[in-house]
Ligand binder design. Sequence first.
Ligand SMILES: [Zn+2]
Length: 572
Amino acid sequence: MIPMSRSNFPFRFVSVFIALLLFVNAFAQQATLVIKNAKVSTLDPKQPDAEAIAVDGDRIVFVGSDADAAKFISPQTKVIDAKGQWVTPGWIEGHGHIHGMGESMIALNLMNVKNWDEIIALVDSAVKKAKPGDWIVGRGWHQEKWVPAPVRNHLGYPYHETLDKVSPNNPVLLSHASGHSVYVNNAALQQSGITNKTNNPSGGDIVKDADKKIVGVLEERAQNLAWIAFEKWNNKRPFEERKAEWVRSIGLAENECLRNGVTSFVDAGSSFQQAEGMRQLAEAGKLQIRHWLMIRSGITALESNSNVFNIKNAGNHHLTIKAIKVSLDGALGSYGAWLLAPYADRKDFYGQNTFDTTELKKIAAFAWKNNLQLCVHAIGDKANRKTIDIFESQISIAPSRDHRWRIEHAQHVNPLEIPRFKSNHIIASMQGIHCTSDAPFVLKRLGAERAESGAYMWRSFIDEGVLVNSGTDVPVENIDPIANFYALVTRKLKDGSEFYPKQKMTRQEALYSYTLANAIAAFEEKDKGSFEKGKLADIVIFSNNLLTCSEEEIQKTKVLTTIVGGKVLYEQ
Ligand SMILES: [Zn+2]
């Protein structure tokens, strides 16, 4: 019989050796990914610039010099040589519509058409492919951008007869770029039950000309009439078919985000049903980027679905639902912005109040009680004032509470409101690109005085100490953060003119608004928005340094690589 101690000897030696290795390994620095030779803007004030980042799994483990990063490289490490390119934390879309963005990618895209005739041609070819009675859906038109304007028009809107000619039997439903109105043909009007005798719903307008003839545009809440008719038709399609289409649309939208360096998306208004769909995708590990949803709902449904708000960092930090969205008015382009004084180009018209303020007060109390963020869409100066009034009366109960309530757009404000954002710690959630794309009609709608003192006041907000975060409102605008960055720092229109240039942001401020400010505006700064040890490894590599390149080069800048949670998900 061989003595135990002898037979154990080599094993004991090996196990001591392995233990020693494990011990050494535990203290060795290692990374799954290292990006080196980069110009890194970290957004961390303790160390604003760096050459390299090391990542282990989905978290950052090191930010600093190339020499120090080399210690993290093992044979298993993926090493990206950035070749001196600019690297930033993943950009966060601070206010967009993920479902609308997805839908716009499968519907007719009317965003880049030159004029109404092109829309007619697009609808014509869609009708030829459609089955009889199918609805033709499109999105993205804007009457102020058509050259030439339609010959026969009312308020710049053409008459629906031109659409009826190419689509006499298929209902046509075309969303305005802002999402605040729709254009419909006669078949859609009929299915929506709209006739000359139909009264305007409150907060909406069935646009009619001086002879009381229906033009074809349904503004603000009037568009619900058409959407209800559309849903009635759509709901007859099999559920599985509709769901598969939705999942595909979210995937397409996410791919577009990745192409644009967007690693997180703040959705400004999901239904409970959409939220549930997103939860399922998150839990199944099928979301590529990170999502943060505001729920758009009235008080009754909020109270009976309050369990939805238990979702935080689901699917490994891919989905959080901790906010409520309410739209108190519409958009300026579609005469929906709720103004203190009438529109300069529409007599005695003040815009639309699209949500009952008494109900908004109840929602504010609900959000306060349940520790949720409240995000109110307010574009006109009256909508902004009303929202602040309601916020203020709630916030004053405990002014020191870190509530991070937000006004979405904060687009046209009376200058008196700016200090009230600061004193109530309200976040101004703004969209730079709206400024330069709306600029051609802002003066028409508001007149020079209101435009100068209150339109897109991000410089004044920042100087006041208000947190300004950035988004594009996609699909109202393209998700392209570089075009948005350019608008924030130049306020330059296509013709080269500048829209009240005193209100420009600095480039550093614009970068901050797109990264750390967006993280803070979502209570996510512990995980996102800057490069610091322990944060999520969401990283973008650009072809230009947006902080130092010439103004012209900003627009030519490309996203080269997008990394989410340490994984390369897009490469040019
Ligand atoms: Zn929006």
